[in-house]
Design a protein around this ligand. Structure first.
Ligand SMILES: O=C[C@H](O)COP(=O)(O)O
Length: 340
């Protein structure tokens, strides 16, 4: 199997490798959080035009080809939170999705690439489907992520949102994706955001918590920068862009702001917080652009499933299609790569 030492958009000397989901996990100290530092929060700015200019250059950059591209796509699979978050989810759909997470790429394609088994990073479902997913994933080592706290709007009473986290953890979720109260950001009530996030983190216990900012509803990139910092100060293990239900979900400008906040937080505290762009990422080439961005801005350590995830329901289908093309020279119809 080729390694991924070529940068996804230019020649490079990185050490990230594809298909390493079964290597021993790296041990990263969990973000312990810190007191709310309002001076730092107020000082956080975002130069929108500079960020948009930089983001606009990213998709046009020369992409890696052939076996390097295949290796990067396999690596991307290991960092997908394979997601179904629909009102008509059934146990059957969730079980099929879990089977796909455990064998995300057809065996003949993996064989042709000389790859051993790989899995997705996690399966992400509503609370009601956690037990089914935990049961279906038994023995695979794949964690279940639950969207809790009144997902997607997060407007149910706070005690119910906290109780939902506890229930999801009790049902076996190892990762909890919480939604923040957008109004705390829009009204500049950073203390309330910090307190809410800290309470969510405490309710998660040993389960890792991803803070969904719903950036499409935060108004400005400066708000995105400040909300990112506050959530990390309150102990978020990951910050995540979107629920997938907002009008605008993951974008490259928002990602630049969030990953630079992650970098600043790491420089100040020594803690590495993970990043999860989510919503609307459905094409293999978009995944490569995100991986290139992470490699440029944060470095190889963040290109591991414990530090980076794609939240995506249909990305895997396009990646598998591209891998099949790599192996056979032909494109199959998209419907042949259904998720569930
Ligand atoms: O967190 C994951 C998102 O809900 C998935 O969004 P998507 O269906 O646009 O891929």
């Amino acid at each position: 199997m080729p390694d991924t030492s070529n940068h996804p958009t230019r020649e490079g000397t990185g050490t990230a490798r594809g298909g390493d989901a079964h290597l021993p996990q790296l041990h990263e100290p969990r973000n312990a959080g810190m007191a709310l530092d309002m001076d730092w929060v107020r000082a956080a700015q975002a130069n929108t035009s500079a960020i948009e200019r930089r983001a606009a250059t990213l998709p046009g950059r020369r992409s890696v080809k052939k076996e390097y591209q295949a290796a990067w796509l396999l690596k991307a699979i290991t960092m997908i939170d394979l997601t179904t978050l629909a009102g008509d989810d059934t146990e059957g759909r969730v079980r099929r999705l879990c089977a796909k997470a455990a064998q995300p790429v057809r065996q003949d394609i993996l064989d042709a690439l000389g790859m051993g088994p790989i899995t997705t990073g996690a399966v992400c479902v509503y609370h009601d489907m956690v037990e089914t997913a935990v049961d279906a994933l038994k023995g695979t080592g794949i964690p279940v992520a639950a969207v809790s706290t009144g997902f997607p709007a997060g407007l149910s009473p706070l005690p119910l949102r906290v109780a939902e986290i506890r229930e999801s953890v009790k049902s076996g979720a190892q990762e909890i994706d919480i939604v923040i109260s957008r109004r705390h950001v829009l009204t500049g009530n950073w203390q309330a955001l910090y307190d809410e996030m800290a309470e969510f983190r405490a309710a998660c216990g040993d389960a890792h918590v991803k803070a969904i900012l719903a950036t499409g509803e935060l108004g400005t990139l400066r708000n995105v920068a400040r909300a990112s910092l506050v959530c990390m100060m309150a102990g978020a293990d990951f910050i995540k862009t979107s629920t997938g239900k907002e009008g605008v979900n993951a974008t490259l400008p928002v990602s630049l702001v969030m990953i630079r906040a992650i970098r600043a937080y790491h420089e100040a505290t020594g803690f590495r917080v993970g990043y999860k762009p989510a919503g609307g990422i459905s094409k293999a080439k978009d995944a490569l652009t995100y991986l290139a961005l992470i490699k440029d801005e944060l470095g190889d350590r963040w290109l591991q499933p414990d530090m980076f995830r794609f939240g995506a329901s249909s990305l895997l289908g396009d990646i598998e299609r591209q891998l099949e093309h790599h192996v056979t020279g032909r494109y199959s119809a998209g419907y042949r790569h259904a998720m569930a």
